[in-house]
Unconditional design. Structure first.
Ligand SMILES: [Zn+2]
Length: 319
């Protein structure tokens, strides 16, 4: 069977603005938006976004309403619905449970709410299989929460949870600072993917690989390091590339400058992903169209990248 699969997709960057607006009303939260349209505007990346940090501010508003069980369950269901509607057959959704603890929920509670919503979605849309990746966050004083994320991932591993990740501001908090967190993940045998080589260089990716990462989120920096390119191709390390997102966070200044071609031609298993659907105003189909039109990839090459995605999936038990 042909699969249409996406490996790198954030729950909190992919919420429906209508839902965020409605949830804010229900929860009695004052959000910095006076209408659905303004909510949508605040959730989307500004045209003149300059940095990854500025991009990450788009998550403040969605996270305000993601502090309740019902809200987490609902948005998880809706994202599965969205993906099934686009024709996806396989998706790995990721989020950071530690960002939804403001009202007293534990990371276990938060994760369970998301699992519940995704499961309800998959019951409704059985054509889609989905896995859940729990993100640790780059930060200065959240080591304990990150270790707890690994513990939660261990507890729910195999029950939707299929891997752990590290997300957040890469240039402010270097990958090397998170060694103890991923030592724990390795000890538990949890599959690892890490955002690296996005806002920092090839060394950040090397550190991620030394932590046992089997995949890398973005990994664009490898295009400028021949030795690393060779290593990624030899060891078949999948790169979860997100072209629109890279443009929005100014990893590349023009879409046409994206080094996806160089990564692909070097034999690295590169995959195409949307990263944040609402924030970047995109979908998997749109990303594929962009890559065909702006970066000159052929249909056969796009199929090959789909094959790479399927082969690099963390939920291997699916046929
Ligand atoms: Zn990401």
């Amino acid at each position: 069977m042909e699969h249409f699969a996406e490996l790198h997709l954030h729950l909190d960057g992919s919420l429906r603005p209508e839902t965020v607006w409605e949830l804010a009303g229900k929860q009695g939260i004052r959000i910095p938006a006076g209408s659905v349209e303004e909510t949508r505007f605040k959730m989307q990346v500004p045209e003149n976004c300059r940095t990854l940090e500025e991009y990450l501010e788009r998550f403040d508003l969605p996270l305000m309403v993601l502090q309740e069980w019902e809200a987490l369950e609902r948005v998880s269901f809706e994202l599965v619905e969205e993906l099934a509607g686009e024709g996806l057959t396989y998706a790995e959704i990721r989020f950071a449970p530690q960002l939804s603890m403001k009202n007293g929920m534990s990371q276990d509670d938060v994760t369970e709410a998301v699992i519940r919503g995704m499961r309800r979605g998959m019951e409704r849309y059985p054509q889609l299989s989905a896995g859940l990746i729990l993100c640790c966050m780059r930060g200065a004083d959240n080591q304990e929460q990150n270790v707890q994320t690994i513990e939660t991932a261990k507890k729910y591993f195999g029950d939707m949870v299929c891997a752990v990740d590290l997300a957040g501001a890469e240039s402010l908090f270097p990958t090397s600072a998170f060694a103890p967190v991923f030592a724990r993940a390795r000890e538990y045998g949890l599959p690892i993917t890490i955002h690296a080589g996005e806002a920092a260089g090839a060394d950040s990716m090397r550190t991620a690989l030394s932590f046992g990462a089997g995949r890398i989120g973005h990994g664009v920096a490898a295009a400028y390091d021949d030795r690393l390119l060779e290593q990624l191709a030899d060891e078949k390390i999948c790169l979860e590339v997100c072209v629109s997102s890279n443009y929005h966070t100014k990893v590349v200044s023009r879409l046409e400058d994206h080094p996806l071609r160089r990564l692909y031609d070097s034999g690295v298993p590169v995959t195409v992903n949307s990263d944040n659907r609402t924030c970047s105003g995109t979908s998997l189909k749109r990303e594929f169209a962009l890559i065909r039109q702006r970066l000159g990839f052929t249909d056969d090459e796009l199929l090959k990248m789909q094959k790479y995605a399927w082969e690099a999936r963390f939920l291997k038990q699916i046929q």
